[in-house]
Design a protein. Structure first.
Ligand SMILES: O=P(O)(O)OC[C@H](O)CO
Length: 462
């Protein structure tokens, strides 16, 4: 029954040329809005527990267990959901995951014992993490079916901004929930789950109405025909491979295009290393800034320390826009070279973040560096999914992006949170910075090993 519900729609009879010219741009606008708003919605109900970590009556270890469980579930689900999504109707898949995740968050908020029991909470967050994995793959499918090779970086960048907007708005929604619930702290915390849950359920319904699966499902030609001018002679082999892959089963695709794909494996390893940097810096920034100078921190107030989190995310928005532009214009679609440039900057900024003198009088420098770090890390984060999609035929885009997501979360985010936490407690901040530095250098090597020059446009003026 589930298979039937998710099955991709058939091809509709081709519309007239005039209709195609009129409707293609409209549908493209619709689907980019849908995947942007949709993925932003997923972020509204993804990290509420981290946002509330100062409010929930739980220890850091308990919160660590809950969030780590959800990262692992999310990482595994991203690949499994990618496999399913590549054979599913994104008009259903994208809003369905959002709706179910919204419902789980409503349950967390309204079932009295969930947020007071670590184990119940962990179970609900495991389910939530799994459902969250349904957000990215249908977006990847949308991107490869509705946007041509050369313009994909532009639309991919726009789409990626959704996670920063989502991340920035999520605390406001949780805050609105807190405000709705009067003075009882427990009721407040519960409302911080159910309120965003209700919001995303409504968003899911709207997305269902604006999302469309593929151009052919609404009577339009495939994107390669619509934007035929931007395809080169040398793209033909890839296009033929794309067409052949559509006819293959998912098992065949995995065997042929995913498992033996060395470049995809290097790129997935790169993903894990970049996520050590992303989550390692963002999740420990409030603590690092607020830790006393004697204990190796920066010695500023806890509230100001939390501000560091937002500065990092804000920098991320600028960084993705810049990295998208640099990749398209300067590096002719070479995502690995763009990553190298960004990661070198990250390493320099990490040294500065570590060595800038501690104390409130230097706080402004810490924040400036964090904006820079957000900017230099989010470009490479964005490239993780976008590049994975380029390395396989269109029919495997969700699975490839999903696989790198699995590496990012199971291998990266968990190390960044749990392992770095243990390192900080036992060996100090200096060792954590050394781990970040080694991760950055290893990420540079892996992204260079993943480089596929046939995907670059050095031979053409843009
Ligand atoms: O929400 P994430 O961490 O799975 O983000 C997707 C990334 O932008 C992948 O490139």
């Amino acid at each position: 029954m589930f298979k039937k519900l998710l099955a991709p729609p058939g091809k509709k009879p081709r519309l007239s040329d005039a209709e195609v010219a009129r409707k293609y741009p409209r549908y493209r606008t619709q689907v980019i809005i849908s995947i942007f708003v949709g993925y932003m919605g997923y972020y509204f109900v993804r990290n509420t527990t981290s946002i509330l970590s100062g409010i929930l009556k739980m220890s850091a270890t308990e919160i660590g267990i809950i969030t780590c469980a959800s990262y692992i579930a999310y990482g595994v689900s991203k690949f499994v959901s990618g496999l399913i999504s590549d054979e599913s109707n994104s008009k259903i898949f994208l809003p369905l995951g959002l709706l179910l995740s919204g419902i789980i968050n409503i349950f967390i908020g309204v079932i009295p014992s969930v947020i007071t029991s670590v184990w119940l909470f962990t179970i609900f967050y495991l389910i939530n993490g799994w459902l969250q994995g349904m957000g990215w793959p249908p977006g990847a499918r949308t991107l490869v079916y509705w946007f041509g090779n050369k313009e994909r970086i532009t639309y991919g960048t726009i789409w990626n901004l959704s996670h920063n907007f989502g991340g920035a708005i999520a605390p406001l929604l949780a805050g609105a929930g807190l405000a709705l619930a009067g003075n009882d702290p427990l009721a407040q915390a519960r409302a911080a789950y159910w309120f965003p849950g209700v919001v995303v359920c409504i968003m899911a319904v709207i997305i269902y109405f604006i999302q469309e699966d593929t151009p052919e499902s609404v009577g339009l030609p495939p994107i390669e025909e619509y934007r035929s001018k931007e395809y080169r002679e040398s793209d033909n082999a890839k296009l033929e491979e794309d067409a052949a892959a559509v006819e293959m089963s998912m098992g065949e695709i995995v065997k042929k295009y995913i498992l033996p794909n060395t470049k995809l494996m290097w790129s997935s390893l790169y993903a894990a290393l970049v996520y050590i940097l992303r989550y390692g810096i963002v999740s420990w920034t409030p603590k690092f800034l607020a830790t006393s100078i004697q204990d190796g921190g920066k010695g500023i107030t806890a509230a100001a320390g939390m501000g560091g989190f937002s500065f990092f995310e804000l920098g991320g928005i600028a960084g993705m826009l810049i990295a998208g532009w640099v990749s398209a214009k300067l590096f002719k679609n070479s995502k690995p070279l763009t990553n190298v440039a960004c990661l070198i900057l990250t390493l320099v900024l990490l040294v500065a973040y570590w060595f800038i003198p501690a104390g409130p009088e230097y706080m402004i420098w810490d924040f400036a560096i964090l904006i820079g770090l957000g900017a230099s890390i989010y470009g490479p984060v964005m490239m993780v999914g976008l590049y994975a999609m380029e390395l396989v035929p269109k029919a495997a885009a969700g699975a490839a992006a999903g696989l790198s997501g699995t590496f990012s979360y199971v291998g990266g985010a968990t190390v960044a949170t749990l392992v770095i936490g243990i390192i900080v407690d036992n060996l100090g901040w200096g060792v954590a910075f050394i781990v970040f530095g080694i991760s950055g250098i290893a990420a540079i090597i892996c992204t260079l090993l993943s480089r596929d020059k046939s995907l670059e446009y050095w031979d053409e003026e843009k």
